[in-house]
Structures are given as C-alpha cells and as structure tokens.
Design a protein around this ligand. Structure first.
Ligand SMILES: Nc1ncnc2c1ncn2[C@@H]1O[C@H](COP(=O)(O)OP(=O)(O)OP(=O)(O)O)[C@@H](O)[C@H]1O
Ligand SMILES: [Mg+2]
Length: 124
C-alpha cells in the first residue's frame, strides 16, 4: 500500500479528478495548500499575473492505493496536471503501513478501495 501525495495547481484539479475517475480511482482527500518549489514562487504566475510572493496557492491531494494502482494513479495525475510550465507540481509516493475502514473493521488492502461491502440498515 502506498500513500500518494500530490501538490498541483488549483486550476487543474477538476481535470485531475476527471482523469482519476476514468481510471477508477474514486477515493481521495483534497485540501488547500500553499507552497513553493525551487523558484520560491517568484517567477510563477497565478491566474495570469506574475506574483511576487514566496508562497503560491496549491492543491494537496492524498490518495491511498494498493500497489497495483500506484502507476495508474501517478500517470493520471501527470496527464492532467502537466502544462510544461514551472510550478506544475510534485508527486510523493510514501509507504503506507495500514488502513482501517471504520464502519466495517476491514484492514489493509481490503479497506483501501474496492466496492464498499454490505451497508447495514437501521435495526440490523
Ligand atoms: N521538496 C518539496 N517538499 C515539499 N513540497 C514540495 C517540494 N517541492 C515542491 N513542493 C510542493 O509542490 C508545489 C509545486 O512545486 P514545483 O512544481 O514548483 O516544484 P519545482 O521543484 O520547483 O519544479 P518546477 O521546476 O517544475 O517548478 C510547491 O508549491 C510545493 O507546494
Ligand atoms: Mg517551481
């Protein structure tokens, strides 16, 4: 299992999500981030204008996947996020120790993805 953490430009989030969806990666966490790469933000543009600030808005994606999904996920992010401009972002792939689905108690690879099993109805 791996945790894929990606920093991308906010304007590519929707197309990254679409691309991931196409490849059956549906579960993810998304949060706002601020960051800078090697350029320290100085020569990157944000919404068309060059910003003279160190930290530019980025989106942080966290996607926990089983090993056979790492390649697909990384490729999907790149294909939608790459503009060939500086500041396109970065993807980190981290080893992931465990995952627990709170509702069912499933652990490990079974808990990460797949179809959710049997949803309990009230009174069951
Ligand atoms: N080494 C790093 N550690 C943590 N976050 C990073 C690192 N490098 C980049 N990031 C995050 O990714 C965002 C985008 O980085 P960026 O694409 O500018 O990297 P870069 O190495 O400068 O590459 P480029 O030359 O394409 O701009 C940063 O704003 C930051 O949020
Ligand atoms: Mg940079």
């Amino acid at each position: 299992m791996k945790l894929i953490v990606a920093y991308i430009k906010p304007e590519v989030l929707e197309s990254v999500k679409r691309e991931l969806d196409k490849h059956e990666v549906h579960r993810m966490s998304v949060s706002r981030a601020k960051g800078c790469g090697v350029s320290k933000g100085y020569v990157e543009s944000y919404r068309g204008s060059k910003k003279e600030i160190n930290l530019l808005p980025k989106v942080r994606l966290e996607i926990a996947v089983n090993d056979d999904f790492v390649d697909t996920t990384v490729k999907a992010i790149i294909s939608a996020a790459r503009t060939d401009e500086i500041g396109d972002g970065k993807i980190f792939v981290l080893p992931l120790e465990d995952c627990i689905r709170i509702r069912t108690g499933e652990t490990g690879p079974d808990a990460i993805g797949g179809d959710s099993v049997h949803v309990k109805k009230k009174g069951e």
